[in-house]
Write a protein that binds this ligand. Structure first.
Ligand code: PMP
Length: 342
């Protein structure tokens, strides 16, 4: 541990666990979030950004004078912006339109060049992923981070986040819950925890409109019904980082449940969660009810990820007009009513 750092990227990682007192009390379990919003770029993606860039420098793929390019829903762009700037590289970020303005603004404040492209299906060559890849293919000055296929992403979590969680729970973790965007977080952490104790239960949670649940249960990427306003998560194809994941249970939860839990935790625990974090915590609540004392089981120690804070999703998750446009009424169910449906 440094007493002081001279480079912001040195402050990435080593985040604390926070017990969600309100939900722990309601369920008789210990529910913790790993506070990844405390990374300097404000999200879990700082870890992947740092590991990908470090490994590329070490392997000689990324050399002084080159620029980094990446396609991202935003948080990887912010993480890369910090890492690139602090290690002396320029950065081009390709983002689909329609992500929250808050993330676009942060990327530009960090001095990265932002390219907004239409939000189109992956099969379309104008997709943000293909745009970043093509930029790197057409110009040798670019190094493409490629967070979906670049295994340095999951490695960050296998070597750091997973061991941190295991130590912070005194090796007594029972359940790990995570969303997946690239699968780096779920892949690296679940693989590490299972390598230490194969009895630790791992739960993957998917938003509406994503294909992870059906892939894990039926082997096919078929989207679940509806859509979700969550950003940076859900996936419709098998990528290398997700392949690392060791998952016991897969669930799919709707946005209306995320809103109920996010507002409950906001009021009870002073924690304004981002939308993927709110889905994680909703799934941790679900897991506590399935495996814990209220269903005849033992008290569970459950850990999930607070990927980022609600500042990055306030124009959606905490915006009543936006929610109304999605036919979600934040007062339509209490936490007690939600618990009864689980
Ligand atoms: N939450 C947020 C807010 C994200 O931006 C992302 C990544 N896009 C994730 C979760 C998913 O993380 P991973 O890529 O490690 O699966």
């Amino acid at each position: 541990m440094h007493r002081s750092s001279s480079n912001l990227s040195e402050l990435i990682g080593n985040t604390p666990l926070l017990k969600i007192q309100s939900l722990s009390k309601l369920t008789g379990c210990d529910i913790y979030v790993k506070c990844e919003f405390l990374n300097p770029g404000g999200s879990v993606k700082d870890r992947a950004a740092l590991q990908m860039v470090k490994d590329a420098i070490e392997s000689g793929e990324l050399t002084p004078g080159m620029s980094i390019v990446e396609g991202t829903a935003g948080n990887t762009g912010i993480g890369l912006a910090i890492v690139a700037k602090s290690l002396g590289y320029d950065l081009d970020v390709v983002m689909p339109k329609g992500q929250t303005k808050e993330k676009e603004e942060m990327i530009e404040l960090h001095g990265a060049k932002l390219h907004l492209v239409d939000a189109v299906p992956f099969s379309n060559q104008a997709h943000f992923y293909h745009t970043a890849r093509q930029m790197a293919e057409q110009n040798p000055k670019y190094w493409w981070a490629n967070q979906f296929e670049n295994l340095s992403n999951a490695k960050a979590h296998f070597e750091h986040t997973g061991p941190e969680i295991y130590q912070q729970t005194d090796k007594e973790i029972d359940v790990f819950v995570s969303v997946a965007g690239t699968g780096g977080t779920l892949g690296g952490i679940s693989k590490y925890l299972k390598s230490q104790n194969c009895d630790i239960k791992t739960v993957a949670v998917d938003p509406d409109g994503s294909g992870i649940l059906n892939y894990l249960t039926q082997g096919k990427y078929i989207a679940t019904e509806g859509g979700s306003f969550t950003e940076g998560i859900g996936i419709m194809r098998l990528v290398e980082n997700f392949k690392q994941a060791k998952v016991d249970h897969a669930i799919n939860l709707p946005d209306k449940d995320i809103v109920t839990v996010a507002n409950y935790v906001r009021k009870q625990d002073a924690l304004v969660l981002g939308s993927s974090s709110a889905l994680n915590v909703t799934a941790a609540l679900y897991s506590a009810l399935q495996f814990g004392p209220l269903n005849g089981g033992a008290k569970q120690t459950i850990v999930t990820i607070a990927c980022d804070l609600g500042e990055r999703s306030k124009s959606k998750l905490y915006n009543p007009e936006f929610l109304a446009s999605k036919n979600i009424d934040p007062s339509s169910q209490t936490i007690q009513q939600l618990i009864k449906t689980y």
